[in-house]
Ligand binder design. Sequence first.
Ligand SMILES: Cc1cc2nc3c(=O)[nH]c(=O)nc-3n(C[C@H](O)[C@H](O)[C@H](O)COP(=O)(O)OP(=O)(O)OC[C@H]3O[C@@H](n4cnc5c(N)ncnc54)[C@H](O)[C@@H]3O)c2cc1C
Length: 394
Amino acid sequence: MEFSYTPAQLELRERAAGLAEFIKQYEDDCERDNGLPAAAHAKIREQVLASGLQAVNMPSAWGGAGLTILDQVVVQEQLGELTGALWDTVWRPANALRFCTDEQRAAYLEPVIRGERRDCYAVTEPEAGSDPQSLRTTATETEGGWLINGEKWFVTVGDHADFMVLLALAGEERQPTLFLVDKQTEGITLQRTPRFMHTFVYEHPEYTFENVFVPADRVLGGLGNGYDITRAWFTEERLMIAARTIGAAERALREAREWALNRRQFGQPIADFQMIEAMLADCAVDIAVNRSFTHQVAWEADHGTDRKTVHAKASIAKLSASEAAGRVVDRCVQIFGGRGYDRSFAVERLYRELRVDRIWEGTSEVQRLVISNELKKRGTDFLQFPRQREAGEE
Ligand SMILES: Cc1cc2nc3c(=O)[nH]c(=O)nc-3n(C[C@H](O)[C@H](O)[C@H](O)COP(=O)(O)OP(=O)(O)OC[C@H]3O[C@@H](n4cnc5c(N)ncnc54)[C@H](O)[C@@H]3O)c2cc1C
């Protein structure tokens, strides 16, 4: 058993920290203007490409950074420090796009990897949130392709993306299927762009689809495989949420520590008051414990632990880290006092921005269901460390 970063991982962490530091300069503009102008996006894109951290989840043969899950966690932790969700400017194509055919890859995925196109993922509907089985959007077979009808909500990056990975029930058998849908296609209407609690560099619009024609060769990953592909994607994305929330929590604690050491009341630094010390200590505990577990699960995902076990463990990591980060940032706002309520301080922005991590990619309650299902079916063994594999063992 060994718990240390390799020199390559340390270099990767430094590189990601450098990229985050560059992007940080845009935080205040993003907060003030609820987004960034095209020129800022272009500068960030240039820097992302220069850092080699574009599409960290895609193989290098296709132009991605080709990182392991653990290495992606190392990167996401650094990017998680950014407010305004500026971490999302460092594009990570939807994992579902790995199922592209050669032609689809050349037209969709590879341009995304190069930062020339952008995808968004449209699953949620007014009646289908935690329960995707209540999906109503349909794809009806027609000459040369499909006609999509329905409605999609909360489409993150919908404003910036030029195509969607869309889940619909295909054909009379209502097979859950993913489609690559160009956003400019006739019949797609932007209905509403809600303002959410957080400031997010992109929007999460709502769209309706009325007889939207999608050619037959835009089915992604085969008919009927939409749920399975989406579920497989959840495991990795939940680990990345855990990593980002830990990074965000660490930034909040770093800034609160600095503040507590320098802010004086009653003739002494507030860091010397035991109630403040207790808050700082509790933050350190929340961060250290969740960092270790998230790294462990990412390592297991890279080292052959079975898929179901990793899925349940990723739920533990997401649930625990997102809730712990919520506690950390709440205490840090308290340590900052009135300034903690001022939007020009990062802790205030993180306080609003981390809330959604307990809702998207499966709510905290859904994570608890995944964990308790695993417990009921297979007992407590999955909570153990995996057994070391012999050389050559699959
Ligand atoms: C900012 C933002 C961005 C998003 N981006 C995307 C995106 O890009 N693409 C996309 O497809 N979706 C996206 N979503 C949607 C997100 O995944 C859903 O909001 C989430 O899955 C919850 O669904 P819901 O909002 O319909 O809540 P509901 O499913 O209606 O849940 C409401 C409450 O009931 C609880 N609940 C539901 N079922 C159970 C149960 N079986 N047991 C116990 N409690 C239960 C929930 O935990 C929650 O507390 C985004 C959401 C937000 C807020």
